[in-house]
Design a protein around this ligand. Structure first.
Ligand code: FE2
Length: 225
C-alpha cells in the first residue's frame, strides 16, 4: 500500500501565503483521501503495483478513471509539496541559462506561468516541464498529470484547485499564484529535476509502496504484472 508522504516542512512554514489551516486540510484531508482511495481500489483489484507512477500509467491506458484520478492526484500532490520551500532558493546556473534561452529571462517565465494558471478554467495544475531539452509551461485539468508522459520531465507544479488557496486568498487565484511564485518556489528542487532530465541526477519519485500481508494468490498476481 502507498503511504501519505509527510510534508517536507512544518504546517505553518508557508504562511502567510499558505496558512497552517490550509496545509492541514490540503495535506491531511484531501491528499490523504486520494492515497486512501487509491489503496482501496488497488486492494479491491488484488493489485500489488510496483510504483504509484506505474499505477497512474496503467490506469490511464486501461481507462480506469476512478483509479487514475485518485492515483494521479496522490502523485501530483506529493510533487507539489516538494516544489515549495519556506527558505529563499535560487535556480542553478544551468537552469537559469535554459530559462534565459526559452523565455528570455525569469520575469517572462513568471508572467507566463501565472497567466497560464489564471487562464486555466476550473480545477487543475500548471506545470513547468522539459521535453527533449525544451522548457514548456503546460496545464492539466482536474486530476490529470504530466507524470509518465514519454520523454517529459516535470520541473515544477502549482495546484489550481480552490482547496489549495481558498481559505487564504478566497477567489483571488492571482494573489495565490503571485505569492506562491515569489515566496514559495523551491528552486533547488526545480534545478534538481532539471539535472534529472539531463540524466545527471535522479528524478523525484513517489515513495515506494510498503509491503502488506498478501494472500499467495495476490503475490502470484503481483509477480505476473
Ligand atoms: Fe490540491
Amino acid at each position: 500500500m502507498f503511504t501519505l508522504p509527510e510534508l517536507p516542512y512544518r504546517y505553518d512554514a508557508l504562511a502567510p501565503i499558505l496558512s497552517e489551516a490550509t496545509l492541514r486540510t490540503h495535506h491531511d484531508k484531501h491528499h490523504a483521501k486520494y492515497v486512501e482511495v487509491t489503496n482501496a481500489l488497488l486492494a479491491e483489484a488484488g493489485s500489488g503495483a510496483a510504483s504509484l507512477e506505474e499505477v497512474v500509467e496503467k490506469a490511464r491506458r486501461r481507462g480506469a478513471r476512478k483509479l487514475f484520478n485518485n492515483a494521479a492526484q496522490a502523485l501530483n500532490h506529493a510533487f507539489y509539496w516538494e516544489c515549495m520551500n519556506p527558505a529563499r532558493t535560487e535556480p542553478s546556473a544551468a537552469l537559469s541559462k535554459a530559462v534565459a534561452s526559452a523565455f528570455k529571462g525569469p520575469e517572462p517565465l513568471r508572467r507566463q506561468f501565472i497567466e497560464e494558471g489564471l487562464d486555466h478554467f476550473g480545477s487543475g495544475w500548471v506545470w513547468l516541464t522539459i521535453r527533449e531539452g525544451r522548457l514548456q509551461i503546460l496545464a492539466t485539468h482536474d486530476g490529470d498529470t504530466v507524470m509518465r508522459v514519454a520523454g517529459l520531465t516535470p520541473l515544477l507544479v502549482c495546484d489550481l484547485w480552490e482547496h489549495a488557496y481558498y481559505l487564504d486568498h478566497r477567489n483571488d487565484r492571482s494573489a495565490y499564484l503571485a505569492g506562491w511564485w515569489d515566496r514559495l518556489v523551491n528552486w533547488e528542487f526545480v534545478s534538481q529535476q532539471y539535472e534529472a532530465a539531463a540524466g545527471r541526477a535522479a528524478a523525484w519519485a513517489y515513495p515506494r509502496p510498503v509491503a502488506t500481508a498478501q494472500t499467495p494468490a495476490q503475490d502470484a498476481a503481483a509477480a505476473r504484472r
